[in-house]
Design a protein around this ligand. Structure first.
Ligand SMILES: *Cc1c(COP(=O)(O)O)cnc(C)c1O
Length: 338
């Protein structure tokens, strides 16, 4: 077995020893199957290939100073995957089976959970696809759930720092009453053109506005948005954003710290009033925003002139990481210790 150079890890893919699967057929989910194959044998008429019957999740496991492995809020991911299933008419995977799959995959790939001091973690990727043959537009009758893991490097290799994001008014990620609230691959396909343009332009992400009026902030491609002002954590309320588990956790920590929390429509111009702004999601926890360029309006909203993150972003980031790595008390039972 080759040794892994933990400090070389990026957010990529590395083969691990096992992945776990369950198949849905005749109204029942199979027992977990454990395999070392990285491939699926798929029917060419599977609904996932033609009509986008696919959803995924993302969560992480962390190794603490005590060498124990902690999985963060997996029940929330299980519930969200069920919500995604309802949104595109797939069979719902039972929460217990989802949790069992997570634990099984992490345990069997324990040697891939990075050491605490590396700042790296084990990324867990569950996915669910429609697999029965169908050429008419109809939900599949059979489904496959796959869960694999891969070690990923720390998001902030050169320390916690801000990045610029961009508003492109000529692209939408999700429709107001469409699939923006569920975690399906189609939303990501729809974000690739704008996302690639943003990266080529030196931005870390696209900040999407509401598709109907282009007046309010929705979210970034793969992360929720929040702004901080007057000791208040403000995050969008919208019918086209994905309910981020990280955002939900940060809201709890902000409330605990005595901050007010507002979930409401945020007009773009309000960006000018925030003292700090950030994106949040499993990958980075918080990715603080340096500035937002609204290209079509020829406006820039600057949150950090010197590139340093704001104090509240930094505090919330450290607090959540401390819970994940077992350095702070897990008051809410967010963590499953293996
Ligand atoms: C997954 C995802 C997020 C982040 O959710 P977390 O549960 O915090 O990882 C935010 N926005 C979109 C569109 C997503 O798909």
């Amino acid at each position: 077995m080759e040794a892994i150079n933990w400090s070389d890890l990026t957010f990529g893919y590395m083969k691990t020893d096992y992945n776990v699967r369950s198949h849905y057929q005749d109204g029942k989910w199979s027992d977990l199957e454990i395999t070392d194959s990285e491939f699926l044998n798929l029917h060419i008429a599977s609904t996932c290939l033609h009509y986008g019957q696919e959803s995924f999740e993302g969560l992480k496991a962390f190794r603490g100073k005590d060498n124990k492995i902690r999985i963060f809020r997996m029940r929330e991911n299980a519930l969200r995957m069920q919500e995604s299933s309802r949104g595109i008419m797939m069979a719902e995977l039972p929460v217990e089976l989802f949790e069992k799959a997570v634990v099984e995959a992490v345990k069997r790939n324990e040697r891939f959970v990075p050491p605490c001091e590396s700042g790296a973690s084990l990324y867990i990727r569950p996915l669910l696809i429609g697999t029965s043959a169908q050429v008419g537009v109809k939900p599949a009758t059979e489904y496959t759930f796959v869960l694999f893991v891969t070690p990923v490097g720390p998001y902030f290799k050169e320390g916690f720092k801000t990045t610029p994001v961009v508003i492109y008014r000529e692209y939408d990620r999700a429709a107001p009453l469409g699939t923006g609230t569920i975690k399906v691959g189609g939303n990501y396909a729809a974000s690739l053109v704008a996302g690639t343009k943003a990266h080529d332009g030196g931005y870390s992400a696209v900040l999407y506005l509401d598709a109907r009026e282009k007046k309010y902030i929705d979210e970034c491609g793969p992360a929720n948005f929040f702004g901080i002002k007057n000791n208040t954590y403000v995050t969008p309320q919208s019918t086209s954003i994905l309910p981020s588990i990280t955002n939900k956790s940060l809201i709890q920590l902000a409330e605990d710290a005595g901050m007010r929390v507002e979930r409401r429509a945020i007009p773009v111009e309000e960006l000018a009033t925030f003292e700090e702004a950030g994106m949040c999601g499993t990958a980075a926890v918080i990715s603080p925003i340096q500035r937002v360029d609204d290209v079509a309006e020829n406006k820039s909203y600057i949150f950090s002139a010197d590139g340093k993150p704001g104090v509240i972003c930094e505090k919330l980031y450290k607090q959540l990481r401390a819970i994940q790595y077992g350095d702070a008390e897990d008051k809410y039972g967010w963590v499953t210790i293996l």
